[in-house]
Design a protein around this ligand. Structure first.
Ligand SMILES: Cc1ncc(COP(=O)(O)O)c(C=O)c1O
Length: 390
């Protein structure tokens, strides 16, 4: 294992959300941050060098994209996910969240119903509600260890008239990488009831061995026309602060509407360093990513195996993402008490399960994209605090 993943620079006082908001969020400075989805890992050398070279150039004027960068994007998607896209389908944006806002604005109308699958990434709630669309939840089915889709409930919602469905694949926070069969069933329903698919696939490259990410758009030409797919190298390569992403929109009418909206809201310019980073990530980042997956697999097994020995907390084994959904319902604490336990007794800063929807009551989310020793330290503190309870 490269020393890249054994240590990381001090992130305090770098205006890091993860590190410099600890006191504000958790009330003390000595709480170990394991929350927001970025990594305590140094980026790939190729990306760092590309950024340095771009900085050394010394001029940061308005920046354009071109066929070369579109081709890198196309090749990455083809190699990683065996999905044949077209360079004309790519639209760049400052992030997946801004893209989803634009998608709701352009692909649906005020008052329309939009479905999300809870528990789910918290901004999805606002992305629907802030534009005066009606939020419809299709809660996932949980059997105490594993999450699946409630297709019956989904079809029931679709029958009431739904205009769009926000898919999260791989799913944050439950870690599912939806299978081909599940995606086919989803797509069939969306086509049958003419529901537009807004697919957030930002975690697509973070897949554990034994699982395979399938872009829903790749299932058939019909689904392709019905779907817009949000992708980004930011989660994969730990460059979220560069605020760059892209969206694949095969349908021309949908793409025109999105481009128009990005222009209307002044969001059609592209971050100079972000573009340099995409190019370097997609041409030189694969080896780093392979090493990252090995580290994440080790960290995942550490957390899941350690907690398997405890009755109080079950770690839901993720198939993708570097986020672990912790079922703490056996602790029989109210959510406020659970949060207090984690931050004041264990001294770890996790994401509050309830922010992912009411199904997250009794849960917390842990970020494991850090050196193994760091994850071990957080885990040890949780175990010691659990021991103290008994
Ligand atoms: C499912 C999901 N979508 C979107 C984002 C954020 O995307 P961006 O930073 O590109 O807006 C995250 C970040 O954690 C995420 O987990």
């Amino acid at each position: 294992m490269s020393s890249l993943f054994e240590d990381f620079p001090n992130r305090k006082n770098t205006r890091s959300a993860k590190w410099d908001m600890v006191r504000t969020l958790y009330g003390a400075d000595d709480v170990q941050p394991m929350w927001v989805a970025d990594m305590d890992l140094t980026i790939a050398e190729g990306i760092k060098q590309a950024l340095k070279n771009r900085v050394d150039h010394g001029i940061f004027g308005y920046t354009i994209t071109d066929d070369e960068i579109n081709e890198h994007v196309k090749q990455w998607i083809l190699t990683q996910h065996q999905w044949e896209t077209d360079t004309n389908w790519v639209v760049y944006s400052p992030g997946v969240i801004p893209t989803l806002h634009m998608a709701v604005l352009t692909q649906t109308n005020p008052g329309d119903k939009i479905v999300i699958q809870t528990p789910v990434y918290p901004p999805f709630f606002d992305i629907v509600k802030t534009h005066d669309r009606e939020l419809v939840t299709n809660p996932l089915i949980y059997d105490g260890q594993y999450y699946t889709i409630d297709f019956e409930d989904l079809e029931h919602s679709f029958k009431q008239g739904v205009s769009a469905f926000i898919l999260c694949n791989p799913h944050n926070p439950v870690g599912r990488v939806w299978t081909k069969e599940e995606l086919e069933q989803l797509a069939k329903l969306c086509l049958q009831y003419d529901v537009t698919i807004l697919s957030d696939e930002i975690h697509a490259d973070l897949i554990y061995p034994g699982h395979k990410h399938i872009p829903i758009s790749s299932l058939s030409e019909e689904v392709n026309q019905q779907t817009i797919t949000c992708l980004s190298p930011t989660k994969t390569f730990n460059i979220a602060g560069l605020q760059v992403s892209y969206v694949i929109i095969p349908n021309e009418k949908r793409r025109k509407a999105m481009n128009k909206a990005f222009r209307k809201y002044g969001m059609n310019h592209i971050n100079t360093l972000g573009i340099s980073a995409i190019e370097a990530a997609y041409t030189e980042g694969k080896e780093w990513l392979d090493q990252l997956i090995q580290l994440l697999e080790r960290n995942r097994d550490l957390v899941v195996d350690t907690l398997a020995d405890r009755d109080e907390i079950t770690a839901i084994q993720p198939e993708g993402t570097y986020l672990i959904w912790l079922d703490c319902t056996n602790m029989k604490l109210g959510q406020a008490e659970l949060k207090k336990f984690m931050q004041e007794k264990a001294k770890v800063g996790l994401n509050d399960g309830i922010s992912f929807g009411e199904e997250g009551n009794g849960f917390m989310r842990m970020n494991i994209a850090s050196p193994t020793a760091y994850v071990q330290e957080g885990l040890d503190k949780i175990i010691a605090a659990l021991d103290d309870l008994n």
